[in-house]
Design a binder for this molecule. Sequence first.
Ligand SMILES: [Zn+2]
Ligand SMILES: [Zn+2]
Length: 94
Amino acid sequence: MSGEEPYIARCGWCEQGLVRLYRCHECSATVAICDECERIWRDPSAIHDDPKAKSSGAHPNCPCCPNGDVTWSRLSTAEIEQQELADLVIGRST
Ligand SMILES: [Zn+2]
Ligand SMILES: [Zn+2]
């Protein structure tokens, strides 16, 4: 592994962060999270298509879980391919 992590958008809200794919350990939802402002989008394709798409919540709370505070893990390239989300990736960075 190169250590280069895929991202699916440049955040249009903070204009600094890169938006990456994460999975919630509680509900297994795949969401997009900005690594700078920590906004979360339930639908990764929404922020991919529109950098100003309205967010669904903010890290660390999962917008799909009633109790909110959950553990996240970043999707690997292999997991992104398994979930057929590779088309959303626009670049890679550390
Ligand atoms: Zn969840
Ligand atoms: Zn952001």
